[in-house]
Design a protein around this ligand. Structure first.
Ligand SMILES: *[C@@H]1O[C@H](CO)[C@@H](O)[C@H](O)[C@H]1NC(C)=O
Ligand SMILES: *[C@@H]1O[C@H](CO)[C@@H](O)[C@H](O)[C@H]1NC(C)=O
Length: 170
């Protein structure tokens, strides 16, 4: 009886630790970023010479549409940042459930895009599935959300740490 209990608790313990480390290794989940700042240092979008195509797929579990204001910001590891104060569906002004919206965006030229944040303000709610950015100097990059965007906070992904050593090398 006793050894069995011991083995059982040990097994549970190991499983628990494994689960925790597994959870930590999942870096693909979007995160709220309270300290995210729009870069005002550079004249953003002024004399902007690069165009980007952004496609946003709204989940089929999202509200049927949203009237919320959606802002977008993405950029590279070097401080070049694209900011869109308001994304509007070119057809209806809303992000409809199960639909994919495409935006042509002009902004400063970036190197490889390694972060992307969405900001939502409003009462309807919104559940994007994924956001893909196609840029001239950047490989297409897709950010998988599959989660509701909280109200009033920049919410997204920052993988730029991995790009910083190459900056030091240059
Ligand atoms: C939040 O954004 C800032 C840039 O404004 C960045 O330096 C920081 O690493 C981000 N935090 C997280 C947790 O990704
Ligand atoms: C804004 O851009 C400047 C110039 O590239 C850069 O030095 C600075 O680190 C950037 N700030 C942020 C918060 O990204």
């Amino acid at each position: 009886m006793k050894p069995l209990t011991l083995i059982l608790s040990l097994t549970l313990c190991i499983l628990f630790i494994a689960a925790i480390s597994e959870a930590k290794s999942i870096v693909t989940q979007p995160q709220p970023n309270q300290s995210f700042k729009l870069n005002q240092t550079k004249p953003q979008n002024v004399g902007s010479s690069c165009s980007y195509t952004v496609t946003i797929k709204t989940s089929c579990s999202s509200p049927s549409y949203t009237r919320d204001r959606i802002s977008l910001s993405f950029g590279d590891a070097y401080g070049y940042q694209v900011y869109v104060p308001r994304l509007d569906d070119p057809r209806s002004g809303t992000f409809e459930r199960c639909s994919t919206d495409t935006f042509e965006i002009y902004g400063p030229c970036t190197y490889q895009i390694c972060y992307l944040y969405l900001y939502r303000s409003g009462y309807d709610g919104w559940l994007p599935e994924k956001v893909t950015v196609y840029g001239y100097n950047s490989k297409p990059v897709t950010f998988y959300y599959n989660t509701y965007i909280p109200n009033g906070i920049w919410y997204g992904f920052d993988y730029c740490r991995g790009y910083l050593p190459s900056k030091a090398a240059q």
